[in-house]
Design a protein around this ligand. Structure first.
Ligand SMILES: NC(=O)c1ccc[n+]([C@@H]2O[C@H](COP(=O)([O-])OP(=O)(O)OC[C@H]3O[C@@H](n4cnc5c(N)ncnc54)[C@H](O)[C@@H]3O)[C@@H](O)[C@H]2O)c1
Length: 352
């Protein structure tokens, strides 16, 4: 594969994957990204001037543009998506438009030009599970408009393999963390709040469990599946690091020598899945394993946010006021710009 079209390559995982491809292979990367609030040219600042990287600003739903780029590619790796569950609760339609219809535009172009397609999906499509782990063959049972749109895209991708013989693979990974993740997501939100002396918001009891994978490990797995994955197959990808959300917050505070009284319990997200867990025997059999232990990855991530405030400070509200003292003004100016707003009126402070 000489030329790979990466969509959503100015976002968190897409930018890390683009850099990974340029560092680890000789291929050329065409990077198509709409630059929504989540897309950030600063994520790929270091790639400016790289002759093997070309950035194109545009929408995956733009058929003409997509055709012109897919026609020049050997493979498409689709990261482009609306990716934040809280936003999907507030504004679900754009999730269907981008994540489902956008994926279909890409699949149609791949069908026309017979181009290999890899869909980047999520463990959230399986829904919640108290015990045990999901296999790739398990039923999909998504809970949020976000995960439902991702499940629909997975099914479409698979259908293009079965119906048209398109060379498709799907990767479903657990929660990623690492450099360049938007501070609306859990780990960067906790780190950046802690660095600014703000309270760390935790949903519900904080006992919800997620399995965490360092972003570079996921990038390796995605490339691995692109090269070695069997066509028409789905591959679960996990770091093997199941942690309660409260454990993550506590670990970040401990690392920064800050007190646990900075944890702020907030009303739970509607439809909040309790636990995600993946069985990864299939990709292990193929020969891939994660390399970065959670403690090492978290340290790297904390260090990165500490050293790169220039990157995140414009993306967060850091006027110095605590979350709870901002409640009244926030209620008065509710907008979709802050996806945590809908529960802000019902904050519970942890007693010290
Ligand atoms: N972050 C995670 O923990 C995680 C876990 C599993 C799967 N995923 C999946 O991985 C992919 C990337 O996730 P992320 O965390 O990097 O997301 P992100 O929100 O950081 O990046 C998404 C990128 O897609 C771009 N985009 C959005 N709509 C677009 C459109 N219509 N056309 C072109 N570009 C568009 C955005 O500008 C942004 O750069 C998503 O498909 C997500 O569902 C993420």
């Amino acid at each position: 594969m000489d030329r790979i079209l990466v969509t959503g390559g100015a976002g968190f995982i897409g930018s890390n994957f683009t850099r990974h491809l340029l560092n680890e292979t000789d291929c050329k990367v065409i990077n198509l990204d709409k630059l929504t609030y989540a897309g950030n040219l600063r994520n790929i600042k270091d790639l400016r001037g790289n002759k093997r990287h070309k950035f194109v600003k545009g929408d995956i739903r733009n058929r003409r543009l997509v055709d012109s780029l897919v026609g020049k590619a050997d493979a498409v790796v689709n990261f482009a998506a609306e990716s934040h569950v809280d936003r999907s609760i507030q504004t679900p339609q754009v999730f269907t438009e981008t994540n489902v219809l956008g994926t279909q535009v890409l699949l149609e172009a791949c069908r026309r030009f017979r181009v290999r397609f890899e869909q980047i999906s999520t463990d959230e499509v399986y829904g919640s599970r108290a015990k045990g782990s999901f296999r790739e063959t398990d039923l999909l049972n998504p809970s949020s408009p976000y995960s439902a749109s991702k499940a629909a895209a997975d099914l479409l991708a698979n259908a293009y393999n079965v119906t048209y013989g398109l060379e498709v693979t799907v990767t479903r990974s657990t929660n990623n963390y690492g450099p360049n993740q938007h501070p609306e997501k859990l780990i960067p939100r906790l780190i950046t709040n802690a660095l600014h002396g703000k309270l760390l918001p935790i949903y519900g009891s904080g006992k919800n469990v997620r399995d965490w994978i360092f972003v570079e490990d996921n990038c390796q797995a995605i490339q691995f599946v692109l090269e070695k994955g069997e066509k028409g197959q789905i591959y679960n990808i996990a770091g093997g690091n199941e942690r309660k959300n409260i454990e993550i917050a506590t670990e970040i505070l401990r690392n920064l020598s800050l007190p646990e009284t900075m944890i702020e319990y907030v009303e739970d997200r509607p439809g909040h899945d309790f636990r995600y867990s993946l069985n990864c025997e299939k990709i292990h059999r193929l020969g891939w394993r994660p390399r970065v232990p959670f403690e090492e990855g978290l340290q790297k991530t904390i260090d990165w946010y500490r050293s790169n405030e220039w990157w995140w400070r414009r993306l967060v509200d850091h006027n110095g006021a605590s979350a709870s003292s901002r409640l009244q003004s926030r209620r008065e100016s509710m907008s979709v710009a802050d996806p945590l707003l809908w529960h802000r009126g019902r904050v519970r402070l942890k007693s010290s």
